[in-house]
Design a protein around this ligand. Structure first.
Ligand SMILES: Nc1nc2c(c(=O)[nH]1)N[C@H]1C(S)=C(S)[C@@H](COP(=O)(O)OP(=O)(O)OC[C@H]3O[C@@H](n4cnc5c(=O)[nH]c(N)nc54)[C@H](O)[C@@H]3O)O[C@H]1N2
Ligand SMILES: Nc1nc2c(c(=O)[nH]1)N[C@H]1C(S)=C(S)[C@@H](COP(=O)(O)OP(=O)(O)OC[C@H]3O[C@@H](n4cnc5c(=O)[nH]c(N)nc54)[C@H](O)[C@@H]3O)O[C@H]1N2
Ligand code: SF4
Ligand SMILES: [Mo]
Length: 759
C-alpha cells in the first residue's frame, strides 16, 4: 500500500486577515482567470455563457437552484461554478503515455491538487493483478472484465455500487436498476457522508426527507436562519437570494463557530455596484456557537417561545402529534447546561427568541455544520420542533431548507440510489421490469468500508466521486479498498481512488456535464434535481475531451449488458441509445414523475410534489407532523483536548483541490493550517505560526495522526478548532458516526496538539 501524501511541505504559505464580505470584483476576476488558464479563451466563453441557462447545462458544482427562466442573468454563475467548469474544461489530457510514465507507487506520492492538474482522462485503463502500472484496455474488454468479476462472486451482496452526487437522474436510475437486477441493494452514496442526517430527521418528523421551500420563499421570508453553512464558498449564489430577501426586509441570523465572510457581507457581482461599491450587510445577528451546541440552542429557543406563547395553536392541533410531551420536556431547561454547550450568553439566545417571536415567515437553512455530528439527527428534529411550534411549514415565505451539496445528490436519491429504498419504490421497480428486487437493506458508505475490510465485499464500482479520499479513517479506508478484488472508477479526472485501488482496477473515463453527448447517434440530454426539488434538463455542447469518452449512461448500460445480458429483458442497449426510453421508465417507477419526458422538456422543468410544502399534509405513520423529544446529551472533551471540525476551503470542491488559497479566511499558497482561538493557544502553550501534529484519540484506543499543520490564530470559540478536509480525514474514526444516520462525524473530532520532536 502507498502512504498518504499528507506531509508535502508548503514553504510559501502565507496568512492575512480574514475578509468580512464575499464575492464582488475579486471573485469574478479570479474565476475568469482560472477558467481562461485551464480552458482556453474560446472554450471558456462558450461554456460560461451556457452555465445554468435554459438551453444550457446545469452547473455541476453545488445544488443551489436556478432562478425561474424569466429572471436569469446572462452570466448566471458564481466564482465556484466557473471553477468547476474550468476544471472539467481542462485542455490538458492524460492518456496511455501518462500512465506508462507514472507507476502506481509514483502516483501514490502525489497530492490531490497535483492529480487534478494533470488533465482529463482520455481512454479506459486497466491495472492487472500485481502490475505496477495502468495500461490501455478496450471498452468491450473492460465491460467483459467487470462482468466476469461480478458473475464470479459468491453472492451479489459482495459487490458495492457507490454514487457521487454529480451523476444525472438517467444514469442514477439505470445504475440502481442494474444493481437491483444483479441482486443487491448495496448502493452507498455520498449522501451517506453528507445530508443523510437531514433525510432521516425530516422523514421521521414531516414524512419526507427533503426541504420544503422554493427560491421565492427565501425571497419572501422575514427571518432567515443559516446554521452550519458557509454559503459564500459552497453555495455562492445563495447570497444573491439572501440579498433579495434583505432588500424585501428580511432579517438574517447566522449560527456558526466561524465568522464566515459570506455570512457577514456580500457584494453582488451581477450588479454593477457590487463590483466595486458597498457590500450588503447580511447577518443581523451572529451567534458564534460552539461545535455541536446547536441542539441546546434549539431547545432553548423552543423553551423561550413556549414561555412567551409565541406558538401557532391552530397549526399544532390540526397538523401535529406529540406536542404535549415536547412542551412538558421543555417547560424547564437547565440554563447552565445550555450556556456551556453553546458558549453563548443568555442575552444572545433571548434576542434570537425575540426575533423568532416577532417573525411571521421563517426559513431555516442548514448544511454540514449540523449534519456531521453525533447528535445531528436529534438537532435536525429539534429545528423541526421549532418550525412546527410556529407553523412555519407549508406557507409562503416559510419552511425548512437543508442546502444540499453535490448538484444532483437529491435527484440521485429520488431515482433510487439508496441502500434502504422503501418497499413501495421496489414494488414499482418489480411491476415495471418484472423481477423481484432484493428487499434486505444494503450497505451504506461506512458499512461498505467495513465490508471490504472484513472480506465481505470484493468488488467496488464508483459512479464518480473519490471514495477513498472522501471517507474517514484514511488508513482503514485505503487498506479496505486495496484489498478489493476489483475496483472500477467512472471518472472525468485522476484522483486518489484510482491510485489506492483493487488487485484489478479499471478507470473508465466519462463525459462531463459541459460536453456534447451524441450517444446512439443522437443528441442526448440528461435531467437533474436541485436542492428545492426542481427538476430540469441539462445539455452540454462542447467537444468531448477525447473521442473515446463514453457517457455515464453508456458505460453503465455497457456493464449491465455484459453482466446480465437479456436477463429480465431489460433493454440496456436501447437505453444507451435514447435516454427518452429511460425517462419513460422513470415516469412509471418514480413517484411524482408522471409524464417525465414531457415535463422536463418544458422551459425551466417542473417541481416534484412535496406534501408538507404543497398542502400541509405529512406522510408520516401518524398522518401528521411529529414533535420529538431528545435528551440534551453534551459530549465531553477531556482536558487538554480540542474539538476539530473539518471543512472546505474556498479553492476546493470536496476532494478536488482547485488551488491552494482560501481567500476569505486569509490563507494563501497552502492548506495545512489549523484555525485556533487565542485563548486555546495561550492555555496550551503554543504560538501562532508554530507547526504541530494533530493526534486523535478515540474510544477504540487507536491513536490517529495527521502531521505538520501550521497554527493560525483565528476567531473560533474556545475549545473548537478547524482544518481542511481531506487532509484531516486520517483523524476521523470510521466508527465515529451520527446516531441513526451513520454519517461520519466530520465536524466533531477530539484531538490534541503535539509538538514535533526536535532532533
Ligand atoms: N465551492 C464548493 N462548493 C461546494 C462544495 C465544495 O467543496 N466547494 N461542496 C459541496 C458539498 S458536497 C456540500 S455537502 C456543501 C457543503 O457546504 P457547507 O456545509 O457550507 O460546507 P463546510 O465547508 O463543511 O462548512 C460547514 C460550515 O459549518 C460550520 N460549522 C461547523 N461545525 C458547526 C457546528 O457545530 N454548528 C454550527 N452551527 N456550525 C458549524 C463551519 O464553521 C462551516 O462554516 O457544499 C457544496 N458546494
Ligand atoms: N472530513 C470530511 N470528510 C468529508 C466531508 C467533510 O466535510 N469533512 N464531506 C463529505 C461530503 S458532504 C461529501 S458529499 C463527500 C464527497 O465525496 P465524493 O462525492 O466521493 O467526492 P468528490 O470529491 O466530490 O469527487 C470528485 C471526483 O469525481 C469525479 N468527477 C467529477 N465530475 C464528474 C462527472 O461529471 N462524472 C463522473 N462520473 N465523475 C466525475 C472526478 O474524478 C473527481 O476526482 O465527502 C465527504 N467527506
Ligand atoms: S451557486 Fe452553486 S450551482 Fe449556482 S453557479 Fe454557483 S456553484 Fe454553480
Ligand atoms: Mo456533500
Amino acid at each position: 500500500m502507498t502512504t498518504y501524501p499528507d506531509t508535502t511541505p508548503e514553504p510559501d504559505l502565507e496568512v492575512t486577515p480574514p475578509k468580512t464580505k464575499a464575492a464582488g470584483l475579486p471573485a469574478v476576476a479570479k474565476s475568469l482567470g482560472m477558467a481562461v488558464t485551464q480552458m482556453g479563451v474560446g472554450r471558456t466563453a462558450h461554456n460560461l455563457l451556457r452555465l445554468n441557462q435554459v438551453e444550457g447545462f446545469d452547473c455541476m458544482s453545488c445544488a443551489w437552484p436556478d432562478p425561474d427562466p424569466k429572471h436569469r442573468h446572462t452570466a448566471e454563475f458564481c466564482e465556484n461554478g466557473a471553477k468547476a467548469v474550468a476544471w472539467e474544461g481542462d485542455t490538458r489530457r492524460i492518456g496511455p503515455e501518462f500512465f506508462a510514465e507514472h507507476s502506481l507507487d509514483d502516483l501514490g506520492t502525489r497530492t490531490e491538487y497535483w492529480m487534478g492538474q494533470q488533465g482529463r482522462l482520455t481512454e479506459p485503463m486497466v491495472r492487472r493483478p500485481g502490475s505496477t502500472h495502468y495500461e490501455p484496455i478496450s471498452w468491450d474488454s473492460a465491460f467483459a472484465l467487470v462482468a466476469e468479476h461480478l458473475n464470479g462472486l459468491a453472492s451479489p451482496d459482495e459487490a458495492l455500487f457507490y454514487t457521487s452526487g454529480r451523476a444525472s437522474n438517467e444514469s442514477a436510475f439505470v445504475y440502481q436498476l442494474f444493481a437491483r437486477a444483479y441482486g443487491t441493494n448495496n448502493l452507498p452514496d455520498c449522501s451517506n457522508m453528507c445530508h443523510e442526517s437531514t433525510s432521516v430527521g425530516l422523514a421521521d418528523t414531516i414524512g419526507i426527507g427533503k426541504g420544503s421551500v422554493s427560491l421565492d420563499d427565501i425571497h419572501e421570508a422575514d427571518l432567515i436562519v443559516i446554521s452550519g453553512q458557509n454559503p459564500g464558498t459552497n453555495h455562492p449564489r445563495m447570497l444573491s437570494a439572501l440579498e433579495i430577501a434583505k432588500h424585501n426586509g428580511a432579517k438574517i441570523i447566522a449560527v456558526n463557530p466561524l465568522r464566515e465572510a459570506g455570512l457577514l457581507g456580500f457584494m453582488n457581482p451581477q450588479k454593477p455596484r457590487g463590483l466595486a461599491g458597498r457590500p450588503t450587510d447580511l447577518a443581523d445577528h451572529f451567534l458564534q456557537i460552539r461545535s455541536d451546541g446547536d441542539l441546546a440552542l434549539w431547545q432553548a429557543l423552543g423553551h423561550l417561545l413556549l414561555r412567551r406563547g409565541a406558538v401557532d395553536r391552530e397549526f399544532i392541533s390540526e397538523h401535529t402529534v406529540g406536542f404535549t410531551a415536547y412542551a412538558e420536556h421543555l417547560k424547564e431547561i437547565d440554563r447552565d447546561e445550555v450556556l456551556a454547550a453553546t458558549g453563548l450568553t443568555w442575552a444572545e439566545i433571548e434576542k434570537t427568541a425575540d426575533m423568532f417571536a416577532s417573525a411571521t415567515k421563517i426559513v431555516n437553512c442548514w448544511a454540514m455544520g449540523i449534519t456531521q455530528h453525533r447528535n445531528a439527527v436529534a438537532t435536525i428534529k429539534e429545528m423541526v420542533n421549532v418550525a412546527l411550534l410556529q407553523g412555519m411549514i407549508g406557507k409562503p415565505g416559510a419552511g425548512l431548507c437543508p442546502v444540499r451539496g453535490h448538484s444532483n445528490v437529491q435527484g440521485d436519491r429520488t431515482m433510487g440510489i439508496w441502500e434502504r429504498s422503501p418497499d413501495e419504490f421496489l414494488d414499482a421497480v418489480r411491476d415495471e421490469f418484472g423481477f423481484e428486487p432484493p428487499r434486505e437493506h444494503g450497505f451504506d458508505a461506512v458499512r461498505a468500508v467495513r465490508a471490504l475490510r472484513d472480506g465481505k465485499a470484493k468488488v467496488f464500482v464508483g459512479l464518480g466521486g473519490n471514495f477513498v479520499a472522501a471517507m474517514p479513517d484514511t488508513e482503514v479506508t485505503e487498506a479496505a479498498l486495496s484489498g478489493a478484488e476489483l475496483t472500477v472508477q467512472i471518472s472525468t479526472k485522476l484522483n486518489r481512488s484510482h491510485v489506492v485501488c483493487g488487485n484489478t482496477a479499471l478507470i473508465l473515463p466519462t463525459l462531463g456535464r459541459t460536453e456534447r453527448d451524441e450517444s446512439g447517434g443522437r443528441t442526448q440530454r440528461v435531467t437533474v434535481e436541485d436542492s428545492m426539488s426542481a427538476v430540469h434538463a441539462s445539455r452540454g455542447r462542447t467537444e468531448p475531451a477525447s473521442d473515446q469518452l463514453r457517457s455515464e449512461v453508456g458505460i453503465l448500460c455497457g456493464i449491465a449488458d455484459a453482466t446480465l445480458g437479456d436477463r429480465y429483458g431489460i433493454p440496456w442497449r436501447g437505453f444507451a441509445g435514447d435516454y427518452d426510453l429511460i425517462r419513460d421508465r422513470i415516469a412509471r417507477v418514480v413517484p411524482g414523475c408522471d409524464d417525465y419526458t414531457e415535463k422536463v422538456r418544458r422551459k425551466g422543468g417542473f417541481t416534484l410534489p412535496h406534501p408538507p410544502r404543497d398542502s400541509r399534509t405529512f406522510p408520516t405513520r401518524h398522518g401528521k407532523a411529529v414533535f420529538s423529544v431528545s435528551p440534551l446529551a453534551a459530549v465531553q472533551v477531556p482536558d487538554g483536548h480540542l474539538v476539530l471540525q473539518t471543512l472546505r476551503s474556498h479553492d476546493q470542491f470536496n476532494t478536488t483541490i482547485y488551488g491552494l488559497d482560501d481567500r476569505y479566511r486569509g490563507i494563501h499558497h497552502g492548506r495545512r493550517v489549523v484555525f485556533i482561538g487565542a485563548a486555546d493557544l495561550a492555555e496550551l502553550g503554543f504560538a501562532e505560526g508554530e507547526t504541530v501534529h494533530l493526534v486523535s484519540e478515540w474510544a477504540d484506543g487507536v491513536t490517529r495522526r495527521a502531521e505538520d499543520f501550521r497554527l493560525v490564530e483565528y476567531s473560533t470559540p474556545k475549545g473548537c478548532i478547524a482544518a481542511y478536509y481531506p487532509e484531516t480525514n486520517p483523524l476521523i474514526p470510521l466508527d465515529s458516526t451520527a446516531l441513526e444516520s451513520n454519517t461520519p462525524t466530520s465536524k466533531w473530532v477530539v484531538v490534541r496538539l503535539e509538538r514535533p520532536a526536535t532532533n
